[in-house]
Design a protein around this ligand. Structure first.
Ligand SMILES: *Cc1c(COP(=O)(O)O)cnc(C)c1O
Length: 384
């Protein structure tokens, strides 16, 4: 069960995101504890949650940032992330975004294709500057996650194919206005089985040898993000098993002297610290179903509608011992606006406060104003 200051919360207009900043702090400390003493850098993937309070906490804890848009570049710099600790990913960077990245002197662009490379080279040339790049490699590894969030197979739009890599590497080295700093990988999201990461390490080791044979040394190996969290039992798993995750890379990667490993964790840093708090508007009965209709919907938290994702649902106010089976739904005019079907909850009434757990990642950042609804509000815990 979630420990919320319910007395304070009950005056708040719903729905809103509640962020536990102490848990965020403890999660970041757990990561630092694992990477201390290793040539590892963690870049927070801003798209998981771009809330300024969250960003400030993460930047002041010494993490870098991974971006996918010019908007995220502005937000990262405003939150105090240092340009040299910023990487810029994404298959469709605009000229404007590339220029902004070059003039900010970011660590590197993670480049996803030859046409993008050519544009970066030309734009940097126009500016009389050199752009730092890492090649995003598609390692053809199936991360066995949901088909919408797997990114590392040849059927996905991301990265440069393995077969094309020697050719592309040669091309980069001949370009006058780009500087090849490393290789980048990102195989998917919500990965809980470590074997795709073990396979990734083997791929990286082979590629390093191939690059050395081409006479190319790499400064940075970026293994991306994707570490999953426990959506089914959040309270028992508030902090992901970072030890198990980082151990895969400590054991699996054959690093060269002076090489740095970059990680781009998003979800695993922020998911458990966020909860979407909502109020029950109606309990509606059909012939063979009962519906709990919330004032939060897919505009506030789209993951269930978009990827059939599950968020644990808790009734924070019901005193009932008896339970009932409900479909828990939102108010938006779409049949997919469903948080959970056949969910067992204590007997629920209008006015009850409902928590949707593990909503700190890809929750607020994916909120929309569809149906002209308000964006969800935010509330933060005191740090201890
Ligand atoms: C989304 C994304 C991440 C973060 O993924 P998580 O699953 O949230 O850890 C990291 N790198 C890239 C390139 C991404 O697109």
């Amino acid at each position: 069960m979630l420990h919320l200051p319910l007395d304070k919360l009950s005056d708040q207009p719903t729905p809103f995101y509640f962020y536990d900043l102490q848990l965020l702090h403890d999660t970041l400390a757990a990561v630092k504890n694992q990477i201390d003493g290793y040539p590892f850098r963690v870049h927070y993937a801003l798209k998981a949650n771009g809330n300024a309070v969250i960003l400030n906490e993460i930047s002041s804890s010494g993490f870098g940032a991974d971006l996918v848009s010019g908007g995220e570049l502005s937000a990262a710099l405003a939150a105090g992330f240092k340009a040299q600790d910023i990487t810029f990913s994404g298959v469709g960077k605009t000229d404007e975004e590339i220029i902004a990245g070059i003039s900010s002197h970011i660590c590197c662009f993670n480049v996803e294709s030859v046409p993008e490379l050519e544009v970066i080279n030309a734009l940097a040339g126009n500016m009389g500057m050199k752009a730092a790049v890492a090649l995003r490699v598609n390692p053809d590894i199936d991360a066995h996650t949901h088909r919408y969030i797997t990114t590392g197979t040849v059927h996905d739009k991301f990265g440069i194919e393995l077969e094309a890599l020697p050719q592309v590497a040669k091309m980069v080295c001949e370009m006058p206005n780009v500087n090849l700093r490393g290789l980048h990988f990102h195989i998917g999201s919500q990965i809980t089985d470590m074997s795709p990461y073990e396979m990734l390490c083997e791929r990286v080791n082979l590629l390093q040898e191939a690059f050395e044979q081409q006479g190319i040394t790499l400064e940075i190996i970026n293994v991306g993000g994707g570490l999953g969290v426990n959506y089914d039992n959040p309270s028992e798993n508030l902090i992901p098993d970072f030890e198990r995750y980082f151990n895969v890379f400590k054991r699996g990667l054959k690093l060269r002297k002076g090489q740095q490993v970059h990680f781009e964790l998003g979800r695993s840093l922020v998911a458990q610290c966020g909860t979407l708090i909502s109020k029950v508007l109606y309990v509606k009965e059909n012939r063979d179903k009962k519906f709990v209709i919330l004032d939060a919907g897919m505009t506030d938290l789209i993951r269930p509608a978009l990827y059939q994702a599950y968020h644990k649902i808790e009734n924070l106010t019901s005193q009932a011992l008896a339970t009932e089976t409900y479909d828990v739904v939102g108010p938006v005019c779409e049949s997919s606006d469903v948080f959970a079907r056949d969910q067992e909850l204590p007997i629920t009434h209008r006015g009850d406060i409902i928590a949707l757990r593990t909503a700190g990642a890809y929750g607020e950042s994916m909120a929309s104003r569809y149906n002209m609804r308000r964006l969800p509000a935010t509330l933060f815990s005191e740090k201890k």
